[in-house]
Design a protein around this ligand. Structure first.
Ligand code: ADP
Ligand code: ADP
Length: 226
């Protein structure tokens, strides 16, 4: 379960850049939230603050009622998937997916079970022995998702995960990520600059501009009152 609450969150970078201003949002458990808006509007900064990769300048972040501002990323029980996949090139798909669990000293049989289950779900079970360089873009993105899934985190954070894929694959992966969300029944927080992606995937869409929230609405509400 993961209810994520951002309360009066600000981010100030060096040099007087205010990247995020008074960001307020209650993300429900199991919700699929999409942050959308043009480049530079503060989406990625917001996501990175939730992940703990960026310090919060002001305001409060809680996950399931627990204040998270000063909790280390590895102790937040959330997983992040990046645009550039960030796979280890010298490791096989299996090793890439197992690595995070190995670091956390999970027993080998448990690691094996989780890697195989995730590989089944993502349809990459036949690729476990390959190195990333021998995979297509879509397959690499699945491995990146797999590496997050095996940790069974409370929430998945995704930063433009599809923007390196070609148009056709983007459409396909969109619906696969939606299916994954239904199957895992976990909170997803997804960043994109692509409005179609936002409208087709989000339970609610947070439209950002210049570091502010401009609108929070369901896709239906946006269709009927654009
Ligand atoms: P988005 O993800 O919507 O493209 P970002 O969160 O990356 O937006 O950036 C928001 C603003 O913060 C931009 O003006 C950007 O230039 C600035 N910014 C991002 N990272 C840094 C940083 N490390 N130092 C200073 N300014 C930054
Ligand atoms: P090591 O602990 O020597 O670094 P690896 O990280 O290569 O081992 O693998 C961890 C475990 O996962 C080993 O028991 C290995 O046999 C198993 N393993 C690795 N790749 C696969 C695969 N494609 N299919 C099944 N088991 C695998």
């Amino acid at each position: 379960m993961a209810e994520v609450i951002l309360s009066h969150i600000y981010k100030r970078y060096q040099g007087n850049v205010v990247a995020v201003t008074d960001f307020n949002l209650d993300i429900a458990d199991k919700e699929f939230i999409v942050l959308v808006g043009p480049s530079g509007c503060g989406k990625s900064t917001t996501l990175r603050m939730i992940a703990g990769l960026e310090e919060i300048s002001d305001g409060e972040l809680t996950i399931d009622g627990k204040k998270m501002n000063d909790v280390a990323p590895k102790d937040r029980d959330i997983a992040m998937v990046f645009q550039n996949y960030a796979l280890y090139p010298h490791m096989s798909v299996y090793q890439n997916m197992a690595f995070g669990l190995k670091l956390r000293h999970f027993p080998k049989p448990e690691i094996d079970k989780r890697v195989r289950e995730a590989a089944q779900i993502l349809d990459i079970a036949h690729l476990l022995d390959r190195k990333p360089k021998a995979l297509s873009g879509g397959q690499r993105q699945r491995v990146a998702l797999g590496r997050a899934i095996v940790r069974e985190p409370k929430a998945f954070l995704m930063d433009e995960p599809l923007s390196n894929l070609d148009a056709k694959l983007r459409v396909q992966m969109r619906s696969e990520i939606s299916k994954l969300h239904k199957r895992l029944q976990t909170t997803f927080i997804y960043v994109t600059h692509d409005q179609t992606e936002a409208m087709t995937m989000g339970d609610r869409i947070v439209v950002m501009k210049d570091g502010f929230i401009q609108q929070v609405a369901t896709p239906q509400e946006i269709y009927s009152h654009p």
